[in-house]
Design a protein around this ligand. Structure first.
Ligand SMILES: [Zn+2]
Length: 302
């Protein structure tokens, strides 16, 4: 068996959302899980060098999904020769990111460069699509792909022995243990997400989650996922009447914000902790993501 060590790198993202990448150091080389945003690349390079490595030695990158906070810097590693492993539904966007870039620029406008940086195409021969359940051996390590739609339809959680690189499947969780689901459009699907959670919970040997926002979760993983499923369901149920009544978007966002703040307060969090959660999971994003889910499920108009 190849020995390895997992380093959690806080990429010091300058936006409101803390983002991690995970450097797996094996005796045979380096594997990076998640790349964070292009705008954090210099921080990532620095942290990798502080760990005693050269980022240019990273020749294998695993993506949990292609959102910019997870995969935005993948092309830079590819330019450096790395192979990028991803879900089949993410392939086209990484090979030709023009659509992704265009829609992100529509949302973020002039802030696009500052927040996320840019995207460049990754050549087809450096992209490897991985099917559900497939095990890929990289530098002597067996990474198992667990297709896990719900947050995004191109989501993979990667299992390495007892570890799970959970991407956004296991939600956003800071040190205090409270977990919330990030629900940006366009793919949010409550049933799929719940099924994906059950799918990983059924894998007995997993005892540690590495979550991109942010860190390591151990101990009561069932409890963690139960809370996440419950909150996900509550968010969706809260927004259902707003969808049915076609409530004004601004009003919906304000009321959703109040609702989520009250729920976090009920968990016993401080004002500062509540603000951190609020900032990291934009209310407008979640509202749009969940309204879109209801639209697809129930039909666009009621
Ligand atoms: Zn994310």
């Amino acid at each position: 068996m190849t020995d390895y060590k997992i380093h959690i790198i806080d990429t010091q993202y300058h936006g409101p959302l803390p983002i991690a990448t995970f450097l797996v150091e094996s005796s045979k080389g380096l594997v990076l899980v998640e790349t964070s945003a292009h705008s954090t690349l210099e921080n990532v390079k620095l942290k990798i060098s502080e760990l005693g490595f050269d980022w240019k030695d990273i020749q294998h990158v695993l993506l949990t999904h292609i959102h910019l906070d997870h995969a935005g810097a993948a092309w830079c590693f590819a330019e450096n020769g790395a192979t990028v492993y991803l879900h089949p539904f993410g392939y086209n966007h990484m090979n030709d990111p023009s659509k992704l870039l265009k829609s992100a620029t529509m949302i973020y406008g002039d802030l696009m460069d500052y927040l996320w940086g840019t995207l460049k195409p990754i050549p087809a021969d450096q992209l490897v699509i991985v099917e559900d359940g497939e095990v890929i051996n990289i530098l002597g390590l067996d990474f198992k792909s667990i297709h896990s739609p719900g947050h995004a339809k191109h989501h993979i959680a990667w299992q390495l022995d007892n570890h799970l690189f959970a991407g956004d499947l296991a939600g956003i969780c800071f040190e205090n243990g409270v977990v919330i689901p990030p629900c940006p459009p366009p793919d949010i699907n409550i049933e799929d997400w719940t099924n994906s959670i059950d799918k990983v919970l059924a894998i007995q040997e997993i005892d540690t989650y590495y979550i991109t926002h942010i860190g390591k979760v151990t101990g009561d993983l069932i409890g963690h996922m139960k809370k996440l499923k419950k909150t996900l369901k509550e968010y969706a149920e809260f927004l259902l009447p707003y969808f049915q009544n076609q409530t004004d978007l601004n009003q919906t966002v304000q009321e959703f914000k109040r609702y989520t703040m009250d729920s976090l307060k009920a968990e016993g969090l401080s004002e500062k902790q509540i603000k951190d959660y609020e900032d990291s999971n934009s209310a407008i994003g979640s509202v749009q993501g969940i309204l879109r889910y209801w639209g697809k499920k129930l039909g666009a108009t009621q």
